[in-house]
Each structure stands twice: as C-alpha cells, then as structure tokens.
Write a protein that binds this ligand. Sequence first.
Ligand code: ADP
Ligand code: ZN
Length: 625
Amino acid sequence: MTTNSELWNKDKKLDRQQILKQYFGYDAFREGQEYLIDSILKGRDVLGIMPTGAGKSICYQVPALMMEGITLVVSPLISLMKDQVEGLNQAGVHAAYLNSSLTPGQYRKALSYAREGRYPIIYVAPERLVTPDFLDFALNATISMVAVDEAHCVSQWGQDFRPSYLKIVDFIQRLACRPVVAAFTATATKEVKEDIIDILLLQDPALVTTGFDRKNLYFGVMAPKDRYGAIKNYLECHPGDSGIIYCLTRKTVEEVWEKLKGEGFPVARYHAGLGDEERKSNQEDFIYDKKPLMVATNAFGMGIDKSNVRFVLHYGMPKNLEAYYQEAGRAGRDGQPGECILLYSGQDVVTNQFFIENNQENLELDPMARKTVMERDRERLRKMAFYCFTNECLRDYILRYFGEYGGNYCGNCSNCLSQFENVDVTESAKAIIGCVESSHQRYGTNVVIDTLHGADTAKIRNYRMNENPFYGTLAKVPVHKLRQIVNFLLLNEYLMVTNDEYAVVRLTEKSALVSGQEVQITMKMAKEQERPAKTGGGRKRESGPGLQGMLSEGDGVLFEKLRQLRLEIARVEKVPPYIVFSDKTLTHMCSVKPKTKAEMLKVSGVGEYKFEKYGERFLQCVREG
Ligand code: ADP
Ligand code: ZN
C-alpha cells in the first residue's frame, strides 16, 4: 500500500529543516518549534502553549509531512480552517477541510479523496469526528497524529469552552492504533493547562511554554481631545497599511465608519447589528485587502488570521486587559512590527461600568454568584483603567497582569519612549548591597527592601533588621522603585537569588564592583512627574517606528510595488494577499533585492513551490525597482 506521504513526497526524504525551507520558505525554527516537532516525530504527545503569532501551526504541519499516515487537525473555527488550508495549498501541500461550510456533495468528494490518501493533512471540525461518515473513513485509514488547535476549548475554565471538543477523546479512543496527540493553545493559566492534559488524556506530553510577550508590537496610550482627528491623522501617516479600529459600541462604529468613508479611506465595518450576509462580505473585503481598514466592535476578530494587520487602534478603552491584549494582538501576526494604540477618554470607564452593571449574560446566575462576577469585572476594569494612566512601561504592565515578569523598560512603548529617563542609582545600589552583606546574606528581597525603606514591622524587629546599619537609609526612595533597582541588580548579576524555596539574596563576584568605586550604575526609570496631557492635533506621528519606518525611502517605494503585485495575484487566485506572501516576506525582499532564483529562495517565506508560481514576477518587479 502506498501511504500518502510516499505519494506526494516520494522521491525525496526531506528532513524537518528541508521541509521548513522547501514548503514554508523559512530558514530557521523559532523558539520551541524544534523540540515539539522532534517529540512528535518520536511518537510523544505534546502540549505547546505559545502566544498568538508564535508559529504553532508549523509545529504540527512539518511533522505531518514527515510521518506516515494522515494528520487530523481539530480546529474550532471555519474561517481559521479555510485560511490554513489555503495557505498550505499555496505552499504546495495537499490539504483539505471538513466542516459545515461544505455542501454534502463537496463533503463526500473530500472524504473520497481523503480515502485515496491524497491529503497528508486534514482539518476537521470537532463535531464531525464521531459522525458515521467520518468514522467510516477514519477507522479504515492510518491516522498518525491528531493535532488539537485552540486546545483550551476543552476547558470549562476558559472563556471559549466548547462541549464538542470533548468528542475528541471519544474519537481517539475508537481508533485501533492511538495516534500522537499534539495540543496547542495561547491560553496560559494553570487551570486550563491542567484541564487540557487531563481531558485530552495526554500521555507524558512534551511541554513548551514560550512567553506571552509579543516583542514586535509597539504599545501606546493617548488621550487626545479629538479622538476622531487622532485616528484620521494616524491613518494618513500609514497609507496602504491594513489595520483594525475597535470601538466600544455599534453606534460609534457607525459614526467612525461613516466619517472615514466620507474622507475616502478604504474602510469596512463590522458589528453584531449587521445581517449575516453583510458581515461576511465586509469581513472578506478586509481579509482580501479590498478594504484594508476595518472599523468594528469586539464582535469582530475571532478566528481572523490575517497576518498583515499592521495596527490595531482602540477608539475607546475595552472592559479588561484580557480583551485588550487579545484584540491588540491581532496586529503583527507575521512577526513584523505592529502598533497597538489605545485612545481613551474618561467617559470610557463610565460606558464600561454600564456594560458591567447591565450584563445580560449574568442574569441567570444566582444573586451571590452575580455579585462575585460583577466585583471581579469591576476589578478588571480598574486595572484596565490603570493601564491608561500608568507612567510605567506598558508592556511590563501587561505582562505582570498575566503573571509574567518583564523588564521594567522595553523601549518600544509610548511610556518607555517618552516617560523614562536615565537615572544614576549607584548610591541606592551600594546601600542595597551593603544591606545584604551586613545581614550575612540571610534574607530574601522583601526583608532587604523593607529594611532599607525603614519599615516598622514585627518581621523586621524579629530579625533585628531595625538594628542593621542600612536600616532606613533609603527611606526616601519609594518601595516600587527600590524593587526595580533590586531587580535591575539581579538581572545584571550584581546580586543573585538562591534557587530554593527561601529565595535568599546573595552577593556575586560583581557585587564588589559596586561597593568599591569601580562602576556607576544607571538605569531607565519612569519619570516622577505627572504625564503631560497628550493631544492628537497636528499631523505628527504618535506611534512607534512601524514597518514602513524601517525601510529606506527607496525601499518603501519598492515595497508598495511588491504589495501591488501581490494584490493583483491574490485577486486572480482568489486568496487573501497575505496567503501569497506575508508582509514580512515583502520587506525582506526589499532589503535583499534578489536578482536570481537562488537569491530569491533566500528570502524568508519563499519556498520552491511558491517560487515556481510567482518567483519570476516578483524578480521582474525587483529588477525594475
Ligand atoms: P499561531 O498559530 O501560533 O498564532 P501561526 O502558526 O499562524 O501562529 O504563525 C504566525 C506566522 O509566523 C505565520 O505567518 C507563520 O508562517 C510564521 N512562522 C511560523 N514559524 C516560522 C519560522 N520558523 N520562521 C519564520 N516564520 C514563521
Ligand atoms: Zn515599555
């Protein structure tokens, strides 16, 4: 019997690196990808917890092309499946999806091709898995892997629980031979993670958790007097880029959309008040870059996988940071610079409070539970509002909210770029190190900080730290700053913390440099004074460097030409432009300026198959410059 992988990959036994290059056009794996792929290839279950845009799909697509037999990918959203399958087909991989968007005829045909072993990868909706038709196919095929995308949908803890996801386990148990089970999600809480392992019955899974940080995204907050003016100014400064403008209410969507349309911007709208047909076609206009701008409520975006969204502007503050980070995170999925800017006004808090008090979804809850939920929501809103007021690094604020520790300075958010200054902290550093030394390196960071600050607590008295020579010497430095300085010293190895449950602060070889006169310690810190009111007037750039900003003027012109060519091809092929080549690939092309096929194949995202299809046309475009 010829298995499907022989059928389509018969003359070449490629290794994972070659597959990555040949089909996806990439030179190197990203963090975590290799480990997950190798584990799968060894037959081990895996769980990948990676933020949006980290590249989860590659983790199952690459091994799928190397294993005997078929990989089934369970995915909750029809639009996502379609997008993934189009992407694979464009890359020269035969893939299909089986879901309710197919007519019965199309479904039967796809299944019969599947039986012939034409597809190494098949996307399937969870509710299809245990239907007689599908089982009849699956029980007679070699299923080597079941990849579960958005695996948090099995958990009732998450926001997106889908009962149909529970069918995955039933399905796997019916198969004569247990396939590798590979689960992926971007939701990182402990409960969800444990649920995924328990419910999907993962066997000793190889686990990869990459951080939540999206380094390519710039975060900004503005409080312009004229919000519409600020949005318009932003769009004028970013012509041709694709972006989303989120509004809090349908009414605002209508107003903003109407005005922008009137000014000639290529803009679509989306909210739950529009009919199915219109929503669908507006969404397509956006995805296919017919209208690269979208004004929408939070109803828009679930399952939108458009990789070339360059910015997400919020015309108003969302109700919590979970929602904000999810919506903002739709920018820059291709790893290229993206910008997330929140334009807030004091009124937003009131609007959100109204939403919370009148939440229809909570009506079924008993009064006690309802009260708890409401309190939790108010607390979340409060933290969201703080995000708009803080002078600290915005990225750090977000990461801390999600339970991660970032540095206190990222250099790529509106606060870091405007609210930070270099501060000489040598004196404080000396006192901190002196305190650690004089207390014989016996205590953790909290005791050290409390001592320096001169706290009068039972603990400090018990440890007799109130008698320490450094007690109260930094009483004037606010505790949060002291903590930042201690973190800075730890990060730069002037101090260390033991790796046991006591987490005691110890000196290092470098500590002596500070207590001697050898080094001066400076670090970035948030300025103390009030944030000056930012206004959105004038045609100035209120944003980070952005994608275009990274190209020289000449390259910017070439980028536009390549983008135009991509659009023409996409129209003919009837696929979204970013499926032809991502923005990242186009920018890379602008800097490499390939003259030959070999040079073109070096561009990230250009594989053999895509070169055959479009390579010459893009080469021609680059040559003409
Ligand atoms: P996720 O599912 O984790 O949100 P995707 O799988 O959609 O992310 O990948 C995001 C983008 O990153 C895609 O455009 C994908 O082609 C690209 N990508 C994935 N892996 C790599 C890699 N190793 N090198 C370069 N780009 C990659
Ligand atoms: Zn920052």
